[in-house]
Design a protein around this ligand. Structure first.
Ligand code: NAD
Length: 459
């Protein structure tokens, strides 16, 4: 059945090429309308899947998609226009253009952590660029997956957009088809599987992967402000955020003060006692028992290697709960410093010289994001020039995700390609080189064979 849908989409994608941009705008409007209609259902689904607070669903799942649609509708005619480029003297008389054309049929594979937004944001770009798409939402968030299916079925003909529900076996089946482009959001491990499968058909890929995003707080930072921003960015969605600060490096001269501010921020957000934090309606649950158990094991292993939990540490895997946790003295060889944490545990380490931190980052895979809280121009320059990361944010965390003018994506282990706004439109388009020759092109023919002595002297 999936193969039949795929083959129908292949046909429909050819038809779409000849259509005006109005067809894409109408499709975006249909999606917008269906999302608006089902706002409450989306909120309810995410609550059922992992007790995601309503405010966080609105802020991080629904609004970003609606904003992406509005932005694409407003700018589409400008993005889709061919762009004239200069022609060198040797091709005198001709005209050259770059024309963005739809890639064709795209496969969009989504993760569970922002299951709604990360399924639909890439779809907005895919549609704006004139593609067909099969979406594969995460099997771990089944309520959200079924509302994604409902919205899509209401808004599109299956020859244009189709949702294939299921787990890794479904992805494996889909990966055997010759898609024109594969857009994958998920772990680095599965990203490698996807890229290997794409290579068989030479499909282009966008990989939006994970990793450990370091966060630096130097001695010049505004500590109270930095602590609050980091606490928000780390613990929203209970730490299950690809761009969440994974671990902290705090200058040793300000560490005591900073830790006090960090604890104060967590108590203000979620409650002073462990029980209050557990009952907080503003703190989500872990996605599964296995994921909660993994986090508990990370804490236990770090503690067995002399790390110290100085805030939180409560963990009840059977209830999918892991409380906001701060831990210090971690051994860089412990698992918590090797794996992406992807949960509400924040290791706090200290440093003396910024060069130590730069060395630490450069010894590990390139992160998806790097955050630096500082007022030192020199430190900013050093970090920007001497490290590599998908994104870099000064004096805040995570918010670069919300600027549609910035490309969002990783580098090497944290991903390849980018999207959001025009960057998404370009990612789902092939930049076709078009050259239009005029009658003056005849002049070039003088250089065709036979290469006489006379012609050779002219070269
Ligand atoms: P995952 O890689 O386990 O799963 C992602 C998707 O791949 C799911 O739809 C799943 O069904 C499918 N899948 C899983 N195993 C597969 C296999 N063996 N073969 C084929 N398909 C398979 O990721 P996840 O656990 O859903 O999400 C968490 C990860 O995603 C984290 O690493 C996080 O950092 C990353 N992430 C990255 C971004 C980003 O924008 N860069 C955003 C969100 C999450």
């Amino acid at each position: 059945m999936l193969e039949r849908i795929f083959l129908h989409q292949k046909q429909f994608a050819l038809k779409l090429r000849g259509e005006s941009l109005d067809v894409r705008i109408e499709a975006l409007e249909a999606l917008e309308k269906s999302i608006e209609l089902h706002k409450q259902d989306i909120i309810d689904a995410l609550k059922k899947d992992f007790q995601k607070p309503e405010a966080e669903t609105l802020l991080s799942e629904i609004y970003p998609v609606l904003k992406e649609i509005t932005y694409a509708k407003k700018n589409l005619s400008r993005w889709a226009k061919g762009r004239r480029v200069p022609t060198p003297l040797t091709l005198f008389g001709s005209k050259s253009y770059i024309v963005p054309e739809a890639r064709g049929v795209c496969l969009l594979i989504a993760p569970w952590n922002y299951p709604f937004q990360l399924a639909f944001s890439p779809l907005v770009s895919a549609i704006a660029s004139g593609n067909c798409a099969i979406m594969k939402p995460s099997e771990q968030t089944r309520h959200t997956s079924s509302i994604i299916k409902k919205i899509t079925t209401e808004a599109f003909h299956p020859d244009h957009v189709f949702v294939a529900e299921g787990g890794p076996e479904t992805t494996q089946e889909l990966l055997s088809f010759a898609f024109d482009h594969i857009f994958f959001t998920g772990s680095t491990r599965v990203g490698k599987i996807v890229m290997t499968a794409a290579a068989k058909n030479l499909a282009s890929v966008t990989l939006e992967l994970g990793g450990k995003s370091p966060t630096i707080v130097d001695a010049t930072a505004n500590l109270a402000e930095a602590a609050e921003k980091i606490a928000w960015a780390k613990f929203i969605n209970a730490g299950q955020t690809c761009v969440a600060p994974d671990y902290l490096f705090v200058h040793e001269s300000v560490q005591h003060n900073f830790k006090k501010h960090l604890i104060a921020a967590l108590e203000k957000f979620y409650g002073k006692s462990a029980e209050q934090r557990k009952q907080s309606p503003d703190f989500a649950r872990m996605i599964s028992f296995n994921h909660s158990q993994r986090l508990k094991d990370l804490i236990d292993e770090a503690v067995s290697k002399n790390a110290k939990v100085f805030f939180g540490g409560e963990s009840q895997p059977e209830e999918h709960y892991c409380g906001p946790t701060l831990i210090e003295g971690v051994d860089p060889h412990s698992l918590i410093m090797q794996e992406e944490i992807f949960g509400p545990i924040l290791p706090v380490m200290t440093f003396k010289e910024i060069s130590e931190v730069i060395h630490f980052i450069n010894e590990r895979p390139k992160p998806l994001a790097l955050y630096c809280y500082t007022h030192s121009q020199m430190n900013m320059e050093k970090i920007e020039k001497e490290t590599s990361s998908g994104g870099l944010v000064y004096n805040d965390s995570v918010i670069h995700f919300a600027n549609p003018h910035l490309p969002f994506g990783g580098v090497n282990h944290s991903g390849m390609g980018s999207y959001h706004g025009k960057h998404g439109f370009l990612e789902f388009s092939h930049q076709k080189a078009v050259l239009k020759q005029s009658f003056l092109g005849k002049l070039l023919r003088v250089m065709y064979p036979p290469y006489t002595e006379f012609k050779m002297t002219a070269l």
